[in-house]
Write a protein that binds this ligand. Sequence first.
Ligand SMILES: N[C@@H](CCC(=O)N[C@@H](CS)C(=O)NCC(=O)O)C(=O)O
Length: 305
Amino acid sequence: MFRVRRPRLGRPRAGTWRAGPLPCLWLPAHRRRTGLRALRGWRELPALLRLDRRTQGRTARTPPPASAGRRTEARRRQGRTPQAVSDGALPLLYSFRRCPYAMRARLAIAASGVQVELREVVLRDKPPELIAASPKATVPVLVLPDGKVIEQSIDIMLWALRLHDPQAWLNPPSGRLDEMLALIARNDSNREGGFKYHLDRYKYPNRYPAADAAPHRSAGSAFLMELEHRLEATAWLFGNRPALADMAIAPFVRQFAATDPDWFAGQPWLRLQAWLNTITTSPCFNHVMGKYPQWRAGAQPTLFP
Ligand SMILES: N[C@@H](CCC(=O)N[C@@H](CS)C(=O)NCC(=O)O)C(=O)O
């Protein structure tokens, strides 16, 4: 049993906004537009979240059903409270703020509301606890209270969302989970042709003998063109709302874009640019990019999200 932070009043009804305590709430499709208009929409969200604090979790645009309080009380008595709590230790997430793999893990954990203890790692000074749990010592790593260790970022996303997936990131409106995983695998691939392979050689050509950044930028661009085509069809990679693939891939596109922002801004990828902007300026992304001091044994636990 894991501790889950959920919006207090259950599922939002279509066409309404429920401002819950989770940072990762997304605009419903009919309110989302592309480009600048979309950004104007996004600016409304912090106001809605503030409203939530004042109204103690009420729907921002519609009043709660009169029975909501009674239902919550009934659930609490049945042990199904929105903040279902276990008395045991929390899962431990070893994370590094700027790592795109760790970002995607934090995005999924924040969307799920499953609570973990976050341990911020400095890669050149990894804690022995991380190395003991996972000798390969990459981040992110999740150590569950039963001792199980999850060492791949995509598996951490799946773990969190399979526990609680209030926004249905695992069930996209268009396409299936295995199709999202296939696209993510092509993003992650370190083999020639994989987006990550070319991203690394474009971003850090000095780390690779005889690597010339330009052909790797072109090869990486082919994958981005493919994403652009998908986004011409629907606002998100797998339909009209965000899903696993968007959140797993965006941190890597962000790195690619940041390597030469002027060049990226000059590419004819208007939808991809708007998509990236929407994600990286969202309250959800902002939340998972919060800064934490380096974790050391004995430190006060940092709860996340
Ligand atoms: N396949 C792993 C890759 C994780 C990874 O390579 N993380 C990098 C940081 S972005 C890392 O920890 N590198 C080890 C190091 O730099 O010492 C995953 O998906 O979690």
